[in-house]
Design a protein around this ligand. Structure first.
Ligand SMILES: Nc1ncnc2c1ncn2[C@@H]1O[C@H](COP(=O)(O)OP(=O)(O)OP(=O)(O)O)[C@@H](O)[C@H]1O
Ligand SMILES: [Mg+2]
Length: 284
């Protein structure tokens, strides 16, 4: 597929999605607490987290390992129920997962018996889309895998499988896209390309994105706001606005605002990470 064909398909998809998304994509967490385990041996993953995300906003969630990033995403997705507090999407209480809020996990989760194309088309078929295969082809092209449409997952590298998983989530053109370290397993070059593709798409669609990452640079490059979670006590540490102009290219990293923000977040994450480090030493 040529670049012009991809651009044309995406423009059409953008119009469809922009229309659909005009109606929604707001997320509201109120005093959300999540604990795991039984009384006496409980782990607090989230402690009274309140957060409002406007429709169309791109929010990155940053913090050291174990601070509750995936848990936060899982309560928005509906995979996990909070012990206290509430999660609402467009005003409605979240009680279960929905195809309107697909999740891209760090590890690909493809159906091994389906080709790449059929994996991408799967959600569309479920939604009764008659043009599922055609649309799936566009999204495979977007992640650079047009030539691998008929390959089975085991015939693809791990990074390629991950890109198929991303195409599958994008293909349903959701109002909310939840991503848990989606580029974590990709090589640096592919990762940079995927970041730019995702941004290009988001600039057209303006769907709500919640993007979990360990990577400060990735968070600033992509997001409107960065939510920092901490440990001991677990919970929200800080929310910063990313006032770096859009559209962003890799040159955005030279922007003084970008660099100042990087320093600020680096200090904060380091402080939080050292708490987990000290804690594990103390426990051993
Ligand atoms: N299903 C579960 N059962 C018990 N404890 C859990 C469960 N899921 C998460 N936890 C605990 O909750 C805390 C937060 O976990 P979570 O996976 O949300 O962290 P994270 O920030 O995503 O970490 P990482 O960066 O390593 O992916 C951790 O202490 C973890 O051990
Ligand atoms: Mg995680």
């Amino acid at each position: 597929m040529t670049q012009a064909a991809i651009d044309g398909a995406l423009a059409a998809a953008g119009e469809r999605a922009a229309l659909a998304n005009r109606a929604g994509g707001a997320i509201e967490l109120t005093e959300v607490s999540v604990r795991f385990g039984k009384a006496g041996r409980e782990v607090t993953a989230l402690q009274r987290v309140s957060l409002t995300i406007a429709p169309g906003q791109f929010v990155a969630v940053l913090g050291p390992s174990g601070c509750g990033k995936s848990t936060l995403l899982n309560v928005i997705a509906g995979f996990e129920r909070p012990r206290a507090g509430s999660v609402r999407v467009d005003g409605e209480l979240v009680t279960e997962p929905s195809p309107r809020r697909p999740v891209v996990f760090q590890q690909h989760s493809l159906f091994p018996w389906m080709t790449a194309l059929d994996n991408v088309a799967f959600g569309l078929r479920m939604a009764g889309d008659a043009a599922a295969r055609e649309r799936a082809r566009h999204y495979l092209a977007l992640v650079g895998l047009s030539d691998f449409a008929e390959h089975y997952p085991e015939q693809l590298s791990g990074g390629m499988q991950q890109r198929v998983g991303i195409a599958r989530a994008l293909a349903v053109e959701p109002a909310i896209l939840l991503m848990d370290e989606p580029f974590g397993a990709l090589d640096a070059q592919t990762r940079a390309l995927m970041q730019e593709q995702l941004l290009g798409l988001w600039e057209r669609w303006r769907h709500t994105v919640v993007f979990v990452t360990h990577d400060i640079d990735e968070a600033i490059f992509l997001a409107d706001r960065v939510v920092v979670l901490g440990v001991k006590p677990s919970g929200l540490r800080r929310i910063v606005d990313v006032d770096v102009p859009r559209p962003r290219s890799p040159r955005a990293r030279l922007d003084p605002t970008y660099q100042a923000l990087y320093q600020e977040l680096f200090g904060l994450i380091r402080e939080e990470s050292s708490k987990t480090f000290d804690g594990s030493r103390a426990a051993s």
